[in-house]
Design a protein around this ligand. Structure first.
Ligand SMILES: Nc1ncnc2c1ncn2[C@@H]1O[C@H](COP(=O)(O)OP(=O)(O)OP(=O)(O)O)[C@@H](O)[C@H]1O
Length: 889
C-alpha cells in the first residue's frame, strides 16, 4: 500500500507541469520526495520518512482542513501547486486525480487586498503586442493591443501581474524577458503555443462571452489582444477552480484612453513604490485615505492609469469638490463604507464554490450599503454632485431583490461550515423546517429520557449520552446496575457504571441519524442553490462593488484634499501648465515646504532648471509631473491654483542610482531612457529630464544634453511637420553651458532654484526664480556632506584655475540661431556649422594649422582627458604639466 501511494504520487507528479503536488491520503494532503523537502523548508513542516520498496522517501503533510492556508502560503511564495483529491473506485478501493492547480495568478483565497493579475502577452504577426489581464479574485478581465515591446512592458508594469503567460515569440525575446524580469515580480508560466493561436483563441473567447463579443467591445478579431485573452481563458479554465464563471465580461481598453506613463516614469515618480522599494512614502501611500479594500484598489488604479478624457475627469473633480466641501456628509458616507465587504471578490468566491454562508451574509450586508449611501447623500449638497449617478450604475432593483432573498434565507450569524446546519432561517424551506422540527422533537425525547427512566424504574444515577463507538446509551451507576428492567440490554461495563441500550432507544437513534443526515444534505443542497444564485449575479455584484469602490476612492481624494489644502485644477485642452504656489504632494507632508510657481506654455515650453546641488531642482520638476498626473487621475492638486492642459504622456529620466546597484551601466540605461523619450514624446507630452548626460565624460555629456535639447525643442511630431513643436520639458542640469540656449531658442527659458552664499555657508532658499543660476556650489555641498577640508579647499583651487583657464566655456551664437555650438579651443562663435550628432563642436581644432604642434597635442590631450573619472589632484597635475609644456613651446 505504502509503495502504491508513493508510486501514485510520482506518477501524478509526472503528469503535471506544476512545481509541487499535494495529494489527498485520507485525512491529510501529503507530499513526497523532493516536494516534501521543498515544502518543509518553505513552511517549516516536519519531514518524516516513508519507506517503500526498500527505499525511503521524505514525506510531509497537512490536515485536510489546513489545505487552504498552506496552499495560499506556497502560492504566495511563487509556486504553482497541483492538488489531487481522493475518490472511491467502484471496487471500494481509493484512487486520486488532480482536480485543480493553484498558481500566483489564479489564487482565489488570497490574503492580499491588492489586485492580483494573471497576464498574457503575445506578439502578433504584425509586430503589435496583445495583452490580457485577468484578476480572478474579482472577475475583471481586460484586454488591449499596443504598438511595440516598450508599450507592452509599460502596460505590464502598470498592472504588476503576479503571473505572466508569455506567448511563443515573447518566450524567445530575451531582451523583453530580461526587462520584465527586472521590473516585475511575476512567475512566468509557459503554456502550449497552440493556446495562443489566433483561431483557437478567437473561438474560445466567443465561446465564453458570446458570438458578437469582439465586435461589441470594438476588438478586431485578428488583434493579438484576442490571442492573449484566449490563452488566459484556457489557463484559468484548466486550473479547475470554476472561477472563470465570475469572468462574465470582457473589457477592451485602448491605451490611448490613458496617459502614457512608461515603466521608468512610474518608478521615477514613485507612484506606488519608492525608488528604495516599499510603499511607504509613495504617492499612493500618501494620498490613500480609503476605508475599503476595493476602494483602495480603485484609487491605486486611478493613480497608475491616469486618463485623458476631460469629461470623465471633470466628473471626478466635481465629485471631489462636492465631497471636499461637505465634511459632515463625507464622514457619513465613509461610515457607511466601513460596513462594505469586497463584493467583487465575494462574487468570485461564490462562482468558484468557495464562499461559505458567512460570505453570502457579507454579500447581503454589502448590498445594503448601496441604499445606505444613497440615503446619506439625500438632502445634502452631495445630491447635486455626480455621486447619485455613480450609485445608479448598478441595477439597484436587482440588488435589492438579491439582498432580500439572502435576508429571508440566512440566519444573522451563520456558521463557517456548510454541513452542520444553522444556516437557514425558519420559514425559508418547508421540508427543512419539518426536518428541524422532527430533529428537535427527537432531541427533546433523548434529553428527557434519563428523567423518565429514573421515574419509571426507580433508578438513581442515570444519564443518557452518545459517543462514536457506542452510539446512544443509558448509563447507570454500578450500585444500581442490578436494578435495571429486563428490556435493558447491556453493551459495556465501565469501572463505576454500566451502559445499556433499549429497542426504543435504538429506534430513536436510527431515526435521529436519518433526520440529521437528511437535514445536513438538504441544508447543503439549499446552500449550494443559494450560492449559485449569488454567482449568477456576479455581474451585478461587480457593478455594485465598483460603485462602492468609486465612492470610497472619491471620498478618499476629497479627504486628502480637504486636510492638505489642495485645490481643484482647471483642465484645458491647451498647452499651458500654470501653477501658482505649487507643492510636492509627498515632500509637503514631511517638510516645511516652500511653494513655487510654474509657468509653461507653447511659447515657453522648455525650462532649463539650474541651481546648486540639493537646492530642490528635482523636487520642483517632479512636483510639476505629479500635479499633472494627479489632475488627470481626477484628484485635486497641491497648489493655490493650477491650470493643467491635458497631456498625452509623462516621460521622465532621472538619476539612475538604483540601476547601478543592479550592475547595469548607468550611462547605457540613461541613454536607453533618453532614446525612448526622444522617440515617444509628442507636442502634447510632458518631459522631465534630470541631469541628462551626467553619466559620461563632461564634454560628451554636454554635447548629448545640448543636442537632445535642440531635438526636443524642435519636436518630432509628424503632425506638425515644419513648425517647431516639441513637448513641454523641464530639464535640470549642472552644465551651466546649456543655459546659453535660453537666449537662442524660442520657447526655451531659464529658471533657477535660489541659494544664498555667505562666506563659506550656503543657505537653500528653495524659491524658483527666472534666469540661470550664477554658479553651482557643488563644493559647498561636498563640505556639507562632510568631505574633509583638505579636499574641498583643494577643489576650490582647482575650480578657480579651471575657470580662469576657461577650460569649459560656452560661446553662444547670434540670437535666434539654433546652430549654437561650444568651442573649447578657440573661444570663437560657430554659427554656420550645425551640431553634428553627439560630438557637436568638439572636433574643430584638430586640423587647424594656426596652432603649433605642441598646442595641437595639448588640445588633443585635453579632449581625451576624462574629467569625471580622473581624481582632482591628478587632474590639476596634468593641467600644470600642460601649461608648463605650452610655456616652453
Ligand atoms: N520647495 C521646497 N521646500 C522645502 N524643501 C524642499 C523644497 N524643494 C526641495 N526640498 C528639499 O530639498 C532637498 C533636495 O531637493 P532635490 O533633491 O530636489 O535637490 P536637487 O537640486 O535636485 O539636488 P541635486 O542637484 O543634488 O540632485 C530634498 O530633501 C527636498 O525634500
Amino acid at each position: 500500500m505504502s509503495q502504491g501511494i508513493v508510486g501514485e504520487f510520482l506518477s501524478l507528479k509526472s503528469e503535471t507541469d506544476a512545481d509541487l503536488l499535494m495529494m489527498q491520503c485520507g485525512d491529510f494532503y501529503e507530499l513526497f520526495a523532493d516536494d516534501a523537502e521543498t515544502v518543509a523548508d518553505e513552511l517549516d513542516l516536519t519531514v518524516s520518512q516513508k519507506s517503500s520498496h526498500g527505499s525511503s522517501y521524505p514525506m510531509a503533510g497537512v490536515p485536510l482542513s489546513e489545505l487552504t492556508p498552506y496552499l495560499t502560503a506556497l502560492v504566495e511564495r511563487g509556486y504553482r501547486v497541483a492538488v489531487a483529491d481522493q475518490f472511491d473506485a467502484d471496487d471500494g478501493s481509493k484512487y486520486r486525480e488532480i482536480t485543480r492547480l493553484a498558481s500566483p495568478g489564479t489564487l482565489v483565497e488570497t490574503t492580499d487586498d491588492d489586485a492580483q493579475y494573471l497576464a498574457a502577452v503575445v506578439e502578433g504577426d504584425t509586430g503589435e503586442y496583445g495583452l490580457a489581464f485577468a484578476d480572478i479574485t474579482t472577475g475583471r478581465f481586460l484586454v488591449t493591443a499596443v504598438d511595440d515591446a516598450d508599450a507592452a512592458s509599460a502596460e505590464l508594469y502598470r498592472f504588476a501581474p503576479s503571473e505572466l503567460l508569455p506567448g511563443p515569440a515573447v518566450r524567445n525575446d530575451d531582451a523583453l524577458l530580461s526587462r520584465l524580469g527586472e521590473r516585475l515580480d511575476a512567475t512566468h508560466t509557459l503554456r502550449p503555443s497552440d493556446e495562443f493561436g489566433p483561431g483557437r483563441a478567437r473561438h474560445r473567447v466567443r465561446d465564453r462571452f458570446g458570438e458578437s463579443t469582439l465586435e461589441s467591445v470594438g476588438l478586431d478579431s485578428d488583434s493579438p489582444a484576442v490571442q492573449a485573452a484566449g490563452a488566459v481563458l484556457a489557463y484559468v479554465e484548466e486550473t479547475g477552480l470554476g472561477v472563470d464563471a465570475a469572468m462574465s465580461r470582457l473589457q477592451h481598453y485602448r491605451p490611448d484612453d490613458h496617459l502614457d506613463l512608461d515603466a521608468t516614469t512610474q518608478r521615477n515618480l514613485e507612484l506606488v513604490e519608492t525608488m528604495q522599494g516599499g510603499s511607504d512614502g509613495s504617492l499612493f501611500d500618501t494620498v490613500d485615505a480609503t476605508v475599503s479594500s476595493p476602494g483602495r484598489r480603485l484609487l491605486r488604479e486611478w493613480l497608475t492609469r491616469p486618463r485623458r478624457d476631460r469629461e470623465l475627469l471633470t466628473r471626478r473633480h466635481d465629485a471631489v469638490e462636492a465631497l471636499a466641501s461637505a465634511a459632515l456628509a463625507r464622514e457619513a458616507l465613509r461610515d457607511c463604507l466601513d460596513d462594505a465587504y469586497d463584493l467583487e471578490r465575494l462574487a468570485s468566491r461564490a462562482a468558484s464554490g468557495s464562499a461559505d454562508a458567512g460570505d453570502l451574509r457579507s454579500v447581503q450586508d454589502t448590498l445594503g450599503v448601496l441604499p445606505a449611501l444613497a440615503d446619506a447623500i439625500d438632502g445634502t449638497p452631495l445630491s447635486n454632485s455626480p455621486l447619485p449617478a455613480v450609485l445608479e450604475k448598478p441595477d439597484r432593483g436587482a440588488a435589492a431583490a438579491l439582498r432580500e432573498e439572502l435576508a429571508t434565507a440566512l440566519r444573522p450569524d451563520p456558521p463557517k461550515t456548510v454541513t452542520q446546519g444553522g444556516i437557514f432561517r425558519e420559514g425559508y424551506d418547508e421540508e427543512l423546517d419539518e426536518l428541524i422540527e422532527r430533529h428537535e422533537e427527537l432531541e427533546q425525547f433523548l434529553d428527557t429520557l434519563a428523567d423518565r427512566e429514573k421515574q419509571q424504574h426507580g433508578l438513581s444515577h442515570v444519564t443518557v449520552d452518545r459517543n462514536k463507538t457506542d452510539g446512544y446509551y443509558i448509563q447507570v451507576g454500578k450500585s444500581v446496575a442490578d436494578q435495571v428492567p429486563e428490556h435493558y440490554r447491556e453493551v459495556k461495563t465501565l469501572k463505576n457504571s454500566k451502559r445499556f441500550v433499549t429497542e426504543e432507544l435504538e429506534e430513536k437513534e436510527r431515526e435521529i441519524m436519518r433526520v440529521e443526515e437528511a437535514r445536513g444534505e438538504l441544508e447543503y443542497e439549499l446552500f449550494e442553490d443559494l450560492r449559485e444564485r449569488v454567482a449568477d449575479h456576479a455581474e451585478l455584484l461587480q457593478d455594485a462593488g465598483r460603485a462602492i469602490a468609486e465612492v470610497d476612492a472619491l471620498a478618499s481624494l476629497a479627504d486628502h484634499a480637504a486636510r492638505n489644502d489642495w485645490t481643484r485644477p482647471e483642465l484645458t485642452d491647451g498647452d499651458a501648465l500654470r501653477v501658482e504656489a505649487g507643492r510636492h504632494p509627498v515632500v509637503e507632508t514631511t517638510t516645511e515646504f516652500v511653494p513655487n510657481d510654474l509657468h509653461l506654455d507653447r511659447d515657453r515650453r522648455f525650462l532649463i532648471v539650474t541651481g546648486p546641488n540639493m537646492s530642490g531642482k528635482s523636487t520642483y520638476m517632479r512636483q510639476a509631473a505629479l500635479i499633472t498626473l494627479l489632475a488627470q487621475a481626477g484628484s485635486f492638486v497641491p497648489a493655490r491654483s493650477a491650470e493643467v492642459g491635458l497631456v498625452d504622456g509623462i516621460y521622465t529620466r532621472v538619476g539612475a542610482l538604483d540601476e547601478l546597484a543592479q550592475g547595469r551601466s548607468t550611462f547605457m540605461v540613461e541613454m536607453q531612457e533618453l532614446s525612448n523619450i526622444l522617440h515617444s514624446a509628442t507636442e502634447d507630452s510632458l518631459v522631465i529630464l534630470d541631469e541628462v548626460g551626467r553619466g559620461t565624460a563632461t564634454y560628451d555629456g554636454i554635447s548629448i544634453a545640448w543636442a537632445a535639447t535642440e531635438y526636443l525643442h524642435r519636436g518630432n511630431d509628424p503632425r506638425t511637420e515644419g513648425t517647431p513643436a516639441g513637448p513641454k520639458v523641464l530639464f535640470a542640469t549642472h552644465y551651466h553651458e546649456l543655459t546659453a540656449l535660453g537666449d537662442h531658442l524660442d520657447g526655451v527659458a531659464n529658471v533657477h532654484v535660489d541659494a544664498k552664499k555667505q562666506g563659506d555657508d550656503v543657505t537653500f532658499l528653495r524659491t524658483v526664480k527666472e534666469g540661470a543660476a550664477d554658479r553651482s556650489y557643488g563644493i559647498n555641498v561636498a563640505e556639507l556632506a562632510g568631505v574633509p577640508s583638505p579636499v574641498t579647499d583643494r577643489a576650490d583651487e582647482i575650480l578657480d584655475r579651471l575657470q580662469q583657464d576657461k577650460a569649459i566655456d560656452v560661446k553662444s551664437g547670434d540670437s535666434g540661431s539654433r546652430q549654437v555650438v561650444f568651442d573649447l579651443e578657440q573661444a570663437e562663435i560657430q554659427n554656420e556649422a550645425p551640431p553634428s550628432g553627439e560630438q557637436a563642436g568638439a572636433t574643430q581644432a584638430d586640423g587647424d594649422d594656426r596652432l603649433t604642434e605642441a598646442e595641437r597635442d595639448a588640445v588633443r590631450e585635453l579632449r581625451e582627458m576624462d574629467v569625471n573619472s580622473t581624481p582632482p589632484i591628478e587632474l590639476s597635475q596634468r593641467l600644470q604639466e600642460l601649461q608648463q609644456r605650452l610655456k616652453e613651446d
